[in-house]
Design a protein around this ligand. Sequence first.
Ligand code: FAD
Ligand code: SF4
Ligand code: SF4
Length: 482
Amino acid sequence: MADDPMLKFVGRPQAYPAKRPAQLRAEDFREIAERYAVPDAESQAGRCSQCGVPYCSVHCPLHNHIPDWLRLTAEGRLQEAYQLSNSTSTMPEICGRICPQDRLCEGNCVIEFSGHGAVTIGSVEKFITDTAWAEGWVEPVQVGRDRGQSVGIIGAGPAGLAAAEYLRGYGYEVHVYDRYDRSGGLLTYGIPGFKLEKDVVMRRVDRLEQAGIVFHRNFEVGRDATLGELRQRHDSILVATGVYKARAIKAPGVGAKGVVDALDYLTASNRKNFGDAVPAYDDGSLNALGKHVVVVGGGDTAMDCVRTAIRQGAASVKCLYRRDRANMPGSQREVANAEEEGVEFVWLSAPEAFDGTEQVTGVRASKMRLGAPDASGRRAPEVDPGGALQMPADLVIKALGFEPEDLPKLFGAEELGVTRWGTLRTDGKTMMTSMDGVFAAGDIVRGASLVVWAIRDGRDVAAHMHTWMKARAKAPISAKRE
Ligand code: FAD
Ligand code: SF4
Ligand code: SF4
């Protein structure tokens, strides 16, 4: 019997694709690691112990068939691995790049617990579908038989795009409305290229467009149509608008020039890398070149800002976070990447005031300490009376997270129910909002979350919308089509 290619985790060490040297990667916005070469991918996939109850899949929001596509990869059956991997995910190569695997699949891999180091699931997942694109195995979307019904999707982020793909597959006419000039949501304008190169997103969008999905770009619901008007055009609507209201800092001087919002800063950088004209980048307002930069926050957005500032040629980059390293929300892997690239973390510190009358010149901060656990179980930070800090700053980036905008008001739809956090209220079973035929998915329902959860929601909501529309297929359709 031929040697089984699996269960090699004892003698074969864990090996992620090599990262480029920190100094080199800080000079551009390319991803920091190349993808595996074929033998390395096969060899790393072969470390999997093929668990009967695969905790990796249990903790993957998409419940991907991880052990099965790892085996197919280890056996060199890459095209089959690709087909299986794509059967549960509309964007596996994107999740392979940007999921916080240390908290999801890899963090729950049994060989991680046995001290051997998790199977490098995300890197293999990225390798499989990148190879499929390179080899021409990625098929067009299989469009279902025309059902004579149409769907309007508001928001072209991962939730909206995933739902669009499934709904087109079911045979609906699909229209995607987005206020931006490019599709992809935060995949395109939030997440920097060094985590997710933009051609990886754009080829997914192109594939959807080739399947006949109609993209209405620069179309803002609330400005170009009310929700009610859009509802009249389609048999059902999906709201997948994400969360965009930046959490504020309340401190003297926060209004000074040079104190900016994280998403404005990251969007300007991403646009510049697309080759767009970005006056606020060119005039220096949203450009870190030569500046002392202070980023406030400890999540993924803050990590993306500090690492963007390094690539723009900042004189120094500090990250202020009110808890310690062990209690930060951002991925430890991203902190390590940022430190390698030259970012200084000032743990247990929170801004108290911003110096400078017109233009910010510095940040005054309090030292913090961790007190008793709060309602969420995390130890709450409190001011440490013994400490104060002062640091120079020409650019301060506020990265404290995001909340939902006031959608009922923005959409001219006061009947749209929201939770006390401002997220859309949906029926847990059907994912429908308080408006008949209007569904919702992604961050606008969950609050700021992850791409993989947005894709999962897109998959689920498409199935619910399909059930709902099928039941109404023969009823007289009041909707008028464009
Ligand atoms: P979004 O991606 O926000 O897309 C919503 C879309 O709706 C946007 O295109 C927007 O233009 C459009 N829209 C909004 N309002 C309107 C309107 N009125 N009319 C028309 N269109 C509208 N997650 C990870 O898993 N890994 C990461 O590494 C990661 N890094 C992140 C880095 C940053 C800087 C940020 C901000 C988030 C990050 N996330 C990450 C979170 C992730 O990006 C989101 O959870 C995910 O994109 C949510 O998907 P969505 O489709 O719900 O919304
Ligand atoms: Fe892991 Fe994310 Fe891929 Fe699931 S989608 S297997 S959590 S990288
Ligand atoms: Fe393989 Fe780890 Fe998943 Fe087990 S938990 S099936 S070892 S990847």
